[in-house]
Design a protein around this ligand. Structure first.
Ligand code: FAD
Length: 415
């Protein structure tokens, strides 16, 4: 076999399409542990509450390509690099000429959930568990979501329906602690509360009570909250367990160069499973990055002149069931903050600046100008922190930034 890909999430799929496009004479075999592949993981919350038509969940259209084979339902157990083979859990050995690792992330399940014997606890990560939640929810509409990060907040926003009660629990003092400042997070919290979602911050689950083999309540801050469905969104970690003996991990991380090559010249990697070593450790685990990296890995896998990733930001855009949000980058220690707020309209925009350069920020409620600010951040363009209109939607100051970003030619290259 020519190119083998482990992982059929967005990074693996994009790598496959890109490899077939750039190296049409090469065959591609993609292996994934799940029975279904090529779906929008980001839309699982809507899918769980049936507000998304099942047909809209999949981005992969059945391809008419005899040189691209997808093998779902198979898990890679280890690599035999000296013989260039992937060993599957079922014992099968798959030879490769080139290999792309795109095994993504696996959910973190807190010990209290692992120890519970009750049914009704589901991680929010895969379509397999989302299908189970879909069936379970109608009879268990008292929902608790554990984790107020991106996945938990998105899930809560889409679960807000009259027939359900939803409680979101975050152990830090505000929602989205790794992405937003307390001020920006306050708007997200207010939006969720408007949708009748109960938000509890600064606490975690202390106990899970069960009855007749199903969970029935959780305890937080000594109080009991009825709960028939516990959705776990407590973060994810790279799914690289099967690479433990491969020699590819550096301090437990799947380290790749800026061209996404591992320490083995025949093996590249992309997406949530990797750490990019470029002027530090970059773990930009987002959907847009998984797409960009997948495409680049597929292009680079047979290239004599591998290209490098040009964009290592973690920019993320989403709609939280009525509230638009763009995260340009997390609050940075020692950064100056420039903010623009129209609280009554639910708008808050902020930038984090170091030496006059944008190193992060967020736009809540009004995301206009996000592309310009992202480009300025990427191109390291200096902005005027004293200009009061810098963050005002549609302002002259924003247009000036845009002109400087794109002059004399576009300096931001997206691979
Ligand atoms: C509910 C939800 C909402 C999200 N919303 C957003 C959002 O709005 N914006 C954003 O930027 N990001 C979002 N994310 C994160 C985003 O989905 C991930 O960054 C992205 O899916 C990573 O893609 P990937 O292909 O690297 O990994 P994954 O999507 O995790 O895919 C990896 C695949 O590899 C398979 N695999 C793993 N190990 C093996 C093995 N040993 N053998 C075979 N197959 C294996 C897995 O089954 C999986 O299908 C969200 C995530 C979730 C769960």
């Amino acid at each position: 076999m020519d190119c083998v890909i482990i992982g059929g999430g967005v990074a693996g799929m994009q790598a496959a399409f890109s490899c077939r496009q750039h190296w049409p004479q090469k065959t591609v075999t993609l292996i994934d542990a799940e029975p279904e592949v090529g779906y929008f993981r980001t839309l699982l919350p809507q899918f769980m509450v049936r507000t998304l038509a099942p047909s809209k969940l999949f981005f992969r259209k059945p391809e008419d390509d005899s040189r691209f084979v997808v093998r779902p339902g198979l898990r890679a157990a280890s690599l035999d690099r000296s013989n260039r083979r992937v060993i599957l859990e079922n014992g099968e050995k798959i030879p490769y000429e080139r290999l792309i690792l795109a095994s993504g992330g696996r959910p973190v399940i807190p010990g209290i959930c692992v120890r519970s014997s009750g049914s009704g606890i589901f991680p929010v990560r895969s379509l397999t568990s989302a299908r189970m939640v879909q069936k379970w929810l109608p009879d268990h509409p008292q929902i608790v979501i554990l984790g107020g990060g991106l996945v938990g907040v998105k899930t809560a926003a889409h679960m807000a329906r009259p027939e359900m009660t939803v409680t979101l629990v975050e152990k830090e003092d505000h929602l989205l602690p790794q992405a937003l400042s307390p001020q920006a997070a306050a708007l997200v919290k207010a939006h969720l509360q408007q949708k009748h979602i109960r938000v509890i911050t600064g606490h975690s689950i202390e106990d899970i009570q069960t009855q007749a083999a199903e969970i029935k309540a959780i305890c937080i801050g000594g109080k009991e909250i009825p709960c028939g469905t516990l959705l776990v969104a407590a973060g994810s970690v790279p799914d690289v367990e099967f690479l433990q003996t491969s020699g590819l991990l550096v301090n437990g991380e799947l380290a790749v160069s800026a061209s996404l090559q591992t320490c083995d010249q025949h093996i590249f990697a992309a997406g949530d499973s990797v750490t990019v070593m470029r002027a530090g450790h970059f773990t930009p685990w987002t959907w847009p990055q998984a797409i960009t990296q997948g495409k680049l890995a597929g292009r680079n896998i047979y290239a004599r002149d591998p290209l490098q990733l040009s964009c290592l930001t973690r920019v993320n855009s989403m709609n939280l069931n009525g509230l638009s949000l763009v995260v340009l980058g997390a609050p940075a220690a020692g950064a100056e903050v420039v903010a623009y707020a129209r609280p009554r309209e639910g708008i808050y925009r902020e930038l984090f600046l170091k030496n006059g350069r944008i190193v992060g920020g967020a736009l809540v409620g009004d995301i206009s100008g996000a592309g310009v600010l992202h480009a300025a951040m990427n191109a390291d363009v200096e902005v005027d922190k004293n200009d009061e209109d810098l963050l005002k939607p549609g302002s002259r100051a924003l247009r000036q930034v845009s002109i400087r970003c794109f002059r004399p030619a576009r300096r931001v290259l997206f691979v």
